[in-house]
Design a protein around this ligand. Structure first.
Ligand SMILES: Cc1cc2nc3c(=O)[nH]c(=O)nc-3n(C[C@H](O)[C@H](O)[C@H](O)COP(=O)(O)OP(=O)(O)OC[C@H]3O[C@@H](n4cnc5c(N)ncnc54)[C@H](O)[C@@H]3O)c2cc1C
Length: 415
């Protein structure tokens, strides 16, 4: 097979190679909100950027239809340097009525529209592997072709970090699955489903399952469910509200302001930073969920001790010795960030990345300890705080990343 240049990536290097080998200034792994936003900012600085992956794949294929965004509209725009590609701009262009809360379908369409505004710098293939190759990186695509680049930005999201607690590990995927594995909730109509957890994932999934005709019970170990934004009057106090909450609305009064300053959060001692992060994203549901859960059985203050398969059912034994028989267990049990679980990053590479419990330790410009390797999105939340778990963090991340690379140059060994 002759060597062919990969679109948008410059001059092929190795004409004799069997697979295509091309140059890129910067390769971005992942075409979700963070990858697309970073591409827009880096492109505006004049870099040859390529984004790999299906645009908005996690939102379109892994989250259930009918989901609503928990973040406010003001915090749901993907950042671009001229603020021309906001959610409002998309709605105006497409003639969509602004909705709050925002349906996931609109957000997916918005992300794909944003990607179209970027032009042809997208390659929908997945990256199978990233290797260090001298001063550069070699990306091997799922198709077998390879791409050379001087910098790699990992914007691959949280999909591989799904937490499956030990007691459910023995169950087959047909009997226990994570909330965000792309299950169609309609398939559970008429079936008994236990939903484990008390966060937005668990509670919204429970509502959607119930509305799809399933018999649902939520089992949560916290003593009482919590709801986000129940003190809505605190948002209507004019300048006082502005002092308490940022427009991103991540975290409770006061903490919300701190969360909106990721550079300040990065300078705080780690224990305090961790405390803020955990408090800002503790398990809670949106305030529009309680009416939808009125008919759903909720069991709080209880944990599942064991889960075993009995024919086509699952037997759950709780810590009060009670039992449940269900057809399926849906795990809204969260995520554990661990970059070693990105299967496209080989251990030879990740073991050189300085880490804190699976999170990369990052500089102010989102550089890891491996020169030229950057991480944005949830993997950056241990360094910069919880804003980086949300779309609202795209502005800060993309500006800081692009500024850092522009200062040091795409080809520099400087981080
Ligand atoms: C239930 C739930 C509800 C949420 N609600 C909100 C909300 O309301 N507001 C909000 O701001 N945030 C919300 N979030 C958080 C949300 O995940 C992030 O805000 C957002 O997805 C971050 O964007 P991202 O680009 O980092 O990750 P993603 O959107 O996950 O994008 C990463 C992309 O990388 C791709 N990818 C992975 N590996 C490869 C590879 N090897 N090659 C190519 N592509 C690859 C994935 O397919 C994925 O499409 C929610 C999360 C969950 C789980």
């Amino acid at each position: 097979m002759a060597s062919t240049e990969l679109k948008g990536c410059g001059v092929p290097r190795d004409k004799s190679a069997t697979a295509s080998v091309s140059d890129c200034d910067i390769a971005i792994v992942g075409a979700g909100p963070y990858g697309l936003s970073a591409a827009a900012h880096l492109k505006a600085k004049g870099f040859a950027v390529r984004v790999f992956g299906e645009p908005m794949e996690f939102w379109a294929d892994k989250m259930p239809a009918g989901m609503l965004l928990r973040s406010p509209r003001e915090a749901s725009s993907i950042s671009d340097p001229t603020r021309a590609f906001t959610l409002e701009a998309y709605e105006a262009t497409s003639g969509k009525e602004p909705a709050a809360p925002l349906p996931i379908e609109t957000f997916v369409e918005y992300g794909r529209w944003f990607q179209h505004q970027l032009g042809s710098d997208l390659d929908t293939r997945s990256v199978a592997r990233v290797d260090r190759d001298g001063d550069e990186f070699r990306l091997t695509l799922q198709s077998g072709e390879s791409v050379r680049t001087t910098r790699v930005v990992v914007a691959a999201g949280i999909g591989p970090f799904r937490r499956k607690p030990d007691q459910f590990k023995g169950l087959a995927h047909t009997q226990a699955s994570h909330c965000y594995e792309g299950r169609k909730f309609g398939e559970f109509s008429g079936r008994k489903v236990a939903v484990i957890g008390a966060g937005q994932s668990a509670l919204e999934s429970a509502a959607l399952l119930y509305e799809s005709g399933a018999e649902v019970e939520v089992i949560a170990h916290i003593s009482e469910l919590r709801w986000i934004g129940m003190h809505s009057w605190l948002h209507h106090l004019g300048p006082i509200s502005s002092m308490l909450y940022s427009k991103h609305d991540v975290g409770p009064a006061g903490i919300s302001r701190l969360v909106a300053a990721p550079n300040l959060v990065r300078r705080l001692p780690l224990p305090l930073r961790d405390k803020i992060r955990k408090r800002a994203v503790r398990a809670a549901g949106s305030r529009w969920l309680p009416p939808r859960l009125r008919e759903v059985k909720i069991t709080t203050g209880r944990a599942v001790n064991t889960a075993s398969s009995v024919g086509d059912e699952v037997a759950l034994r709780l810590d009060d010795a009670s039992e449940r028989r269900v057809h399926h267990v849906l795990l809204g049990t969260g995520y554990d960030v661990n970059i070693a679980r990105y299967d496209f990053l080989p251990p030879e590479l990740t073991q050189n990345v300085r880490q804190l419990d699976g999170y990369p330790v990052l500089t102010g410009g989102f550089s890891s300890s491996v020169a030229g390797l950057h991480f944005i999105g949830a993997t950056a939340a241990r360094s910069f705080g919880p804003l980086l778990y949300f779309v609202a963090g795209t502005e800060f991340a993309s500006l800081a990343l692009a500024k850092n690379i522009a200062r040091n140059g795409a080809h520099s060994k400087q981080q």
